[in-house]
Structure formats: C-alpha cells, structure tokens
Design a protein around this ligand. Sequence first.
Ligand code: 5RP
Length: 229
Amino acid sequence: MTQATLSQDQLKEAVAAAAIDEVRPHLHRDSVLGIGTGSTANRFIDRLAELRHDFAGAVASSEASAERLRSHGIEVFELNSVGTVPVYVDGADEVNAHLHMIKGGGAALTREKIVAACAERFICIADGSKKVERLGAFPLPVEVIPMARSYVARELVKLGADPVYREGVVTDNGNQIIDCYDFMIDDPLAMEARLNAIVGVVTNGLFAARGADVLLLGTAGGVERLTPA
Ligand code: 5RP
C-alpha cells in the first residue's frame, strides 16, 4: 500500500505512534499522564499499554477511557489527587492553524477541558481530515444542565446557530448535549467566552483559551508536527 492510500484508521494509528515518542520524555515512575477520549485517543491508550511499567498511571477524560486504561493494567487516578499532569494527549473534531479546536464529538468535552486545564502540555493527535481553515463545519457541542436545554437552545439561535438536541446522550456528568449546526466561528476565543456566559451551559466544545501546544497530524506524506501559528 502506498502512502497516498492510507486510510483514516491508518492515519490515526500513525499519530498515536508519534504521540508515544512525544510523551516518552515525560515517563518516569511518578508521572501521571492525562488521557483523552475517542477513537484516536484509544489507539494511543493501546500503545501506551506496552509502557505501563514506566509511569505511575493516568487521569482520564471519560469513563470509557478510564475503563480502557484499566483493562490494560494502567492505574487511573482522580484528578483531585494529582493536581497537574505533565502532558495531555487527546484527539479533536476540528483544529485550525492556531491549534484552537472543536471537541466533544464523543460528548466528553467537559472532562476533556478540565484535564486540559491541568496539563502543562496539550498534544493533539488527529488525522488530516480534522485540519480546517475556519472552525464550525463540525457541529459545535455544548453541554447543558438538562433543565436549561430549551433556554440555552433559544440563546444559541440568537447567536446564529441551528441547535440540535443530541437525543439519547447523557454525559459522564449527567448532563445533555446540544450540537450547533451552521455555526461558522470567526473568533474562537471570543465565542468560547460568549457561550460559557449563557446560564445553564456547563462547557462548550471550543478549545481556544486553552488550545493545543502541539498538533501531530496524520497525512498521506507522514505525520506532521505543528505548533500554534
Ligand atoms: C470526544 C472528543 C474527541 O477527541 C473527538 O471527538 C475526536 O474523536 P476521534 O478521535 O474519534 O475522531 O472530543 O469528546
């Protein structure tokens, strides 16, 4: 198979492997790593399993990732008992040149944002399809307190979004998700703050105030290592 025919799955495998090299300097017997959620993060977890004796354990951004880590014999710590993590590795639904992201396709955005806030370094791993000029073609997830769902949806309409309730999904925090369609974002930093100011919003999926420090992007030509423009 030539590089040009690499599938999205193969690109995810490639960036997961590259992320192992990126975190290797942070592995020692006391280190606790931050681990994200999703199919790309899962590949990273599976590779990390081979190194499980080289570090203390991990903090996970979802119950699903915690379960996967434990299944590999990696100890999962409570974030409150750890404080900061030296490095957080996670995927993204979209990422721009400033390494601002849309996340939350897997409904884990709140815990992802909390672990990212406690990370000294955020390494985003993504296949090439996730890199965009302007954020917003992927519907922006917003986690809401259930009783505020209709109110928040009306406020999102005022901002120009087409909000759609993600039916049947309950987050790890017991909340609900609204996805904002037709919502192209010119100023991710300002919009992240604007959305957070709506009463009833727990988190929105814009990761601009705390973007990634490094993007490992899987492309047909290999894994590109990008830093914020
Ligand atoms: C989950 C996320 C994921 O990082 C994002 O959805 C990317 O997932 P995948 O690696 O499966 O493409 O934010 O809430």
